[in-house]
Design a protein around this ligand. Structure first.
Ligand SMILES: Nc1nc2c(ncn2[C@@H]2O[C@H](COP(=O)(O)OP(=O)(O)OP(=O)(O)O)[C@@H](O)[C@H]2O)c(=O)[nH]1
Ligand SMILES: [Mg+2]
Length: 354
């Protein structure tokens, strides 16, 4: 189950009430006020965790509640503060506050999503709902004219609200494949992005997102992701980092070097990459994917393409040459259908009402 948006309710803890108490010593039966302050209520805190890539946990826990602070005690004892609760969320989660508004004329309520936070950095913490402060004990209210105050203040309530969490993907489509397959070359031809291109592996070390313009205000985004190798799912090289970026793409383009440059075999390359993706995440393996058979300008490619079609019968294969432009129109038209969005249509967050 890939949960990339969810609604939750969160409430921080209330502060403990201040205490009303008078000192009762053996020799001072009528002592002064000594009621202590209440402890702080706990906050609901979010923290981005690079090892999480789904909001699935909130599917089961839609109420994020934090504990109240303890009441103040006799002897000027401050009540215990409650410990903040920390929820881990994926990097790239966008938080909106759900605000209900009533139309003064019609009396109808409508719901608005108010941008609240964009948690894009790893290990970033964010206080979603702040815990209430503790109330004051009666010890604070003693004055020269008022020796036995009975006043205290209650603890403040914790903040609360309804929120919408949405996992923003880095791109609509992601380029996945062995190093040197031509992923960066392809992105540079489809978009205005200028990734580094070279005939050695791991030229690309950081994902780079380009915008593809399909015409008529239609566009989509594509991420160039560093090459994957065998063992990536066990975090060999920068395996997990790369795979995590792939997780954040809606649809995947598996790019292969169909020419089998330097004695490589495009079929086993693709099988290896698919295996690594599956080992990393079953859910990722189920994402929509196509094969981009690159380097078709090289003579040896035809024969490999026939084998590739034989081996992956049910998957769409696009034979192209990113370098010469061969087959690019077909690929572009397919991408427009899959990921193209009309940018003139105003964007509204998808409804998560069940
Ligand atoms: N003949 C031919 N060569 C290509 C084609 N596309 C890319 N190349 C060459 O293949 C090499 C690798 O290209 P890149 O685009 O850097 O490959 P990459 O998949 O991004 O590689 P990494 O970033 O290392 O994972 C370069 O020398 C490119 O010029 C093509 O369609 N035909
Ligand atoms: Mg590259």
């Amino acid at each position: 189950m890939f949960v990339d948006q969810i609604k939750v309710f969160a409430r921080a803890g209330k502060g403990g009430d201040g205490s009303m108490h008078f000192h009762r010593g053996k020799f001072r039966p009528k002592g002064g006020p000594d009621g202590g302050d209440g402890g702080k209520g706990a906050s609901v805190v979010l923290q981005t965790d690079p090892s999480t890539n789904s909001l699935r946990q909130f599917f089961f826990t839609t109420k994020l509640l934090a504990k109240d602070g303890d009441k103040g005690g006799a002897n000027q004892c401050t009540g215990r503060s409650a410990e903040d609760v920390i929820y881990k969320i994926p990097v790239g989660t966008v938080i909106s506050k759900i605000v209900e508004e009533e139309d003064p004329e019609t009396g109808e309520t409508s719901i608005r999503y108010e941008p609240f936070a964009d948690l894009a950095e790893p290990h970033q913490t964010f206080v979603l709902c702040k815990g209430g402060k503790g109330g004051k004990g009666n010890v604070h209210f003693k004055t020269s004219t008022h020796q036995s105050p009975r006043e205290t203040t209650p603890g403040e309530p914790g903040e609360e609200g309804r929120f919408h969490f949405e996992l923003r993907s880095i791109a609509d489509a992601g380029l996945v494949g062995f190093p040197n397959a031509g992923k960066s070359t392809l992105l540079s031809k489809l978009s205005a992005a200028k990734p580094k291109i070279a005939n050695y592996p791991f030229t690309t070390l950081q994902p780079l997102v380009g915008v593809i313009h399909f015409g008529d205000h239609r566009r989509g985004t594509m991420a160039d992701i560093p090459g994957l190798i065998e063992g990536a799912s066990q975090n060999i090289g920068l395996g997990h980092d790369f795979l995590r970026h792939i997780m954040r793409c809606r649809t995947l383009l598996f790019v292969v070097d169909t020419a089998g440059t330097e004695g490589r075999d495009p079929i086993s390359d693709l099988e290896t990459v698919r295996k690594e993706v599956k080992l990393y995440s079953d859910e990722l393996a189920k994402r929509p994917w196509i094969i981009v058979a690159n380097k078709m300008d090289v003579e040896e490619s035809e024969e490999h393409l026939t084998r590739l079609k034989d081996r992956f019968k049910r998957i769409k294969i696009f034979p192209i040459s990113a370098e010469s432009g061969l087959g690019m129109d077909k690929l572009r038209a397919h991408l427009d259908k899959q990921i193209g969005v009309d940018t003139l249509v105003s964007f509204a967050p998808a409804s998560t009402d069940s």
